[in-house]
Design a protein around this ligand. Structure first.
Ligand code: PMP
Length: 387
């Protein structure tokens, strides 16, 4: 037997064509990607260090500055999903032993607590009012305070005003997660004194998953570029990433890692669509369609999980599980008969809610009607069988 003969045969599955069903992605993300963004992502690849690619990255930077409402120079997109941005924010600004204060209003606070814990100290404070958190800042003197703006597991949109000022007063960086809310609910990074802001590509931006906008202001840069220790991650080290994105003022960009070229094409297109449409228009649309959906849900006799209308996240709506129904059965029914994704809860909200996301391109009253129709059908057909 020759040394070169393979002993593992080609797998049978690889000899069959790829099959991907068409689905309405009305869950908390990813959302459907419009043809224009899909087309941008399928352009021929160029090198990640070609001048045309730098130009595209510079455009992305401008697009993110607009979406975040910031003039921060240190504005880039991560090669990775929202979690990459979460880890980048914490890994670069916190040194071992420093403390982090985390507002936990759903799973995302829990996640960041877990990330911070791997870094050193963390302060987990459980569910409290924001007032309580902000009173903890002068007591614990954390270097970083984290808050999720669009809490997709709870369907909550957390107010942000005023918190940045308190953080600033106590020399603490204010880190905000807008993965689920960017483009759907107003956020003003500079005006709201947010020191670090990140988002994701696959929600209201409607790009494929895999890239994540993030921005650091001067206070955050000062902290992260004056550390005594190197960040634990090489891939997410902002010293390297700031050079790769042309933010460090150096004349040349040098190789650090190979960025997701197609992902950046698609992200650029999604940011272009947001710029053409305008942030205010996008916020207004999400609010209107959400209000329309709330009415329809109430007409079906369903109860919204967040009673305070002003605190609801316009992109992801949480519905309390109706009495006498198994939420898993309803979601499976909707997927099977309507080819539509809605999801259950996540982390602390598992078993408490069902979630409907109508984000960006998907945010239309006609889609809300389809989702309501599917829910009405499930309510008719999934009622727990009588004893
Ligand atoms: N934060 C929030 C608010 C999210 O909704 C999500 C994604 N569901 C993430 C962070 C994590 O993003 P990703 O799944 O892209 O890593």
């Amino acid at each position: 037997r020759s040394m070169s003969s393979v002993t593992i045969p080609p797998p049978a599955c690889m000899l069959r064509p790829l099959e991907v069903p068409l689905r309405y992605l009305f869950g908390p993300g990813p959302s459907n990607v419009p043809p224009r963004i899909l087309a941008a992502g399928s352009r021929p690849i160029i090198g990640h260090l070609h001048p045309e690619m730098y130009e595209i990255m510079n455009d992305i930077k401008k697009g993110i500055q607009y979406a975040f409402q910031t003039e921060n120079n240190m504005t880039i997109a991560m090669s990775g999903s929202g979690h990459a941005a979460m880890e980048c924010a914490v890994f670069n600004t916190v040194e071992p032993g420093e403390s982090v204060l985390i507002a936990i209003n759903g799973i995302w606070g829990e996640r960041v607590a877990e990330i911070a814990e791997r870094m050193g100290k963390r302060l987990r404070t459980g569910l409290r009012t924001l007032n309580k958190y902000t009173t903890l800042i002068p007591i614990h003197k954390p270097v970083l305070f984290f808050l999720t703006h669009g809490e997709s597991s709870a369907g909550l949109c957390h107010p942000v005003d005023g918190i940045g000022d308190i953080c600033r007063k106590h020399d603490c960086l204010f880190l905000v997660d807008t993965v689920a809310s960017l483009g759907a609910a107003p956020i003003f990074m500079d005006k709201q004194n947010i020191d670090i802001l990140y988002s994701g590509s696959q929600k209201a931006l409607n790009a494929p998953p895999g890239t994540a906008p993030i921005s650091f202001n001067d206070r955050a840069c000062h902290k992260m570029f004056n550390r005594k220790t190197k960040p634990v991650s090489y891939l997410f080290d902002m010293t390297h990433l700031s050079n790769y994105w042309g933010c460090d003022g150096k004349p040349a960009r040098v190789y650090h890692h190979t960025g997701p070229v197609s992902g950046f094409f698609a992200l650029r297109e999604s940011l272009a669509i947001l710029a053409e449409r305008g942030l205010e228009e996008s916020w207004k649309k999400h609010k209107e369609v959400a209000a329309y959906l709330y009415r329809g849900l109430e007409d079906l006799g369903l109860k919204l999980f967040v009673p305070e209308r002003d605190l609801r996240l316009p992109s992801v709506t949480t519905i309390a599980i109706p009495e006498g129904y198994d939420w898993r059965e309803m979601l499976t029914y909707i997927m099977k008969h309507h080819h539509m994704e809605m999801t259950g809860g996540l982390g602390p909200s598992i078993g408490m809610v069902m979630r409907i996301g109508l984000m960006g391109y998907n945010c239309e009253k006609t889609n809300a009607d389809m989702a309501l129709h599917a829910l009405a059908d499930a309510l008719k057909n999934c009622k727990k069988s009588k004893p």
